[in-house]
Design a protein around this ligand. Sequence first.
Ligand SMILES: [Zn+2]
Ligand SMILES: [Zn+2]
Length: 261
Amino acid sequence: MHIVFLGTGPSRAIPRKGHRDALCRDARSGGKSRRLRSSALITSGKTTILIDSGPDILKQLKQHKPKQIDAVLLTHGHEDAIDGLKDLDKWLRQQQIPVYTDRLTAQLLTHRFGKFKHLFFSKLKDYSPFKIKQVEVIPFPVLHTQDKRFKTYGYKFGSFCYASDFHELPKRTKTLLKGLNTTILDGAMYLGVKMPTHMSADATVRLASELKARQLILTQSGHTYPPHNQAELAIRRYAKANQLAFPKKIRLAFDGLELKN
Ligand SMILES: [Zn+2]
Ligand SMILES: [Zn+2]
């Protein structure tokens, strides 16, 4: 299985207009701090799965040129995850493909976007595995907003998982995610910076250690971060200082990062 990060940023892309801080300067000068809205492509054999379709989706598809997309998995209905669905629909040349999400999000998106030409919604059930061609996917609920009806998901594929937007994991989700080879998690806020809807890098490291992740990749990194390389080193130092060991190195995702699992 092959993973490409199309975007690893927060709800507003980085760099930001008019900003002269170290993060935006690094992003502008070609460093790894440049971040489009979070999205990923998962490929296994001839199956290609897109996770989220935010406002940067056309730029992301042009850069990575997938030959086809077999399904879209939505994490949730916030704009940074769904605002590019119409663009994706126009970009697609193939027949109908499913967009997996929960019932309420599907209703809201149908109301917002009307009919699609190439996309249709397919309903998820918490922890209920389904197949996209040969690839088995298990959707797991995560806690992201305070509104209990608003659902947010992460996805497990074999020995890796992707959950880009949450502030806490339910107990059953934690059990499902124990001991995976590659654990991709929300690390939206920098070390010690708190936000009610997202994780801080230090909390993500502690959580991944509790999950006994072999490898942790933090994504969704926001504007509270210092430049990428400096942040990645500081997060590794935090883990070491707190005796949170991982068999493989902790990594801070960046746009274009590719992994094999
Ligand atoms: Zn900035
Ligand atoms: Zn969100």
